[in-house]
Design a protein around this ligand. Structure first.
Ligand code: ASP
Length: 355
């Protein structure tokens, strides 16, 4: 009997090893399958994954100082979230504090450093969703909330609504006692210059131009899994440079830019928002897992590298399932991204080939 069980057990182990090697969370846009660390298959106590936006992010265009600055903030953000999760904190708290750190950094297109609208203002969007309850909150087009992710959480926790927009959302945030700032707080010269560049091109082309869909995006997002097995996902952005008419992208839209369900996964997206809204990208990853039984990497890769590519939508996403499996696909040149699990840390900017 024992003689038959041992070869059977060995065969199962070989199969498990084979499937573990097909797990490619790196976000390789070419769709190649690469080997992930073997320990990625063991269910971790906790896990956290972040992004800082996708777009034309090329090593040859980035100075070593700038690269180091991005890596520093990404690592600090992971340290904050991981510290909370390690101590048994909730995934909600981890996502909130991790995103706040990136919102406070002028490097990313969220909070301080957000892109400008055509009118020369900053209008911010954010959303949050919990996988256990599927409670969600979002704000769109806020102008005075220092950390829009906190406003999204306040909508989820302290109102009967899911989404508030514009002046009303600013007013709600103020009533909630959140930090309120003048709109000029969000200004950075770099983003102001981007607006001037695109306005010049617009005048030359004599038509409306939103930020080029292949340019740098810079939205931030985080998905965390806590020790109780609960997922939470959040996203925060300034949207796209030169947006007008109160344009709102996917980031504050539950099911488009953010989604979480403990039965499947948590997702946060970045990219050309109109496409992410049309194809309900965040929810589609979850739906593929639920209805087609696809593993997270397959589901995420399909949506980013097939559905969106076929339609011309650029960008990427981060996703995390309740077993701690991570996917970080993107179809642009790069995406600021990283994840942490006990004893494991990955932070990447460019496509895997050039890292
Ligand atoms: N998805 C965001 C939007 O369309 C932009 C981004 O991710 O950078 O507003």
């Amino acid at each position: 009997m024992r003689v038959q069980i041992i070869p059977f057990f060995a065969a199962i182990c070989c199969l498990a090893f084979f499937f573990s090697c097909t797990n490619d969370p790196s976000g390789n846009p070419s769709g190649h399958t690469m080997k992930a660390p073997a320990k990625a298959t063991a269910k971790p106590d906790y896990a956290i994954v972040i992004h800082g936006g996708a777009g034309t992010i090329l090593k040859e265009n980035m100075s070593p100082e700038k690269e180091a600055a991005y890596l520093k903030v990404l690592n600090e953000a992971l340290d904050i979230g991981e510290g909370i999760l390690k101590k048994g904190g909730t995934s909600l708290e981890a996502v909130e504090k991790t995103i706040m750190h990136m919102e406070d950094s002028p490097l990313f297109n969220s909070g301080k450093g957000a892109v400008f609208t055509n009118a020369g203002t900053n209008e911010l969007d954010a959303s949050i969703m919990e996988g256990a309850t599927q409670n969600a909150g979002a704000v769109g087009g806020v102008k005075t909330v220092k950390n829009p992710i906190r406003a999204a959480i306040a909508v989820m926790q302290n109102s009967e609504h899911v989404m508030l927009t514009g002046d009303g959302a600013d007013q709600f945030a103020k009533e909630q006692g959140l930090d309120i700032v003048d709109n000029s707080y969000f200004r950075t010269e770099r983003r102001w210059e981007s607006l001037q560049r695109i306005k010049k091109k617009e005048a030359e082309a004599d038509k409306h131009l939103l930020e080029n869909s292949e340019s740098k995006h810079g939205t931030v997002g985080c998905v965390a899994l806590d020790k109780n097995g609960n997922l939470c996902a959040g996203t925060s952005t300034g949207g796209m440079t030169n947006k007008r008419w109160g344009r709102v992208g996917d980031s504050p839209i539950i099911g488009a830019g953010t989604y979480a369900d403990n039965a499947t996964c948590g997702v946060s997206c970045t990219g050309h928002g109109e496409y992410f809204i049309r194809y309900a990208v965040a929810h589609d990853v979850s739906a593929r897992m639920a209805y087609l039984n696809e593993p997270i990497e397959t589901a995420a890769d399909h949506v980013i590298n097939k559905t969106l590519v076929e339609k011309g939508g650029s960008g990427g996403l981060i996703a995390l399932d309740t077993n701690g499996n991570v996917a970080m696909p993107f179809n642009s040149k790069g995406m600021y991204r990283g994840y942490a699990k006990p004893g494991e840390r990955v932070v990447l900017i460019f496509s895997r080939q050039s890292n």
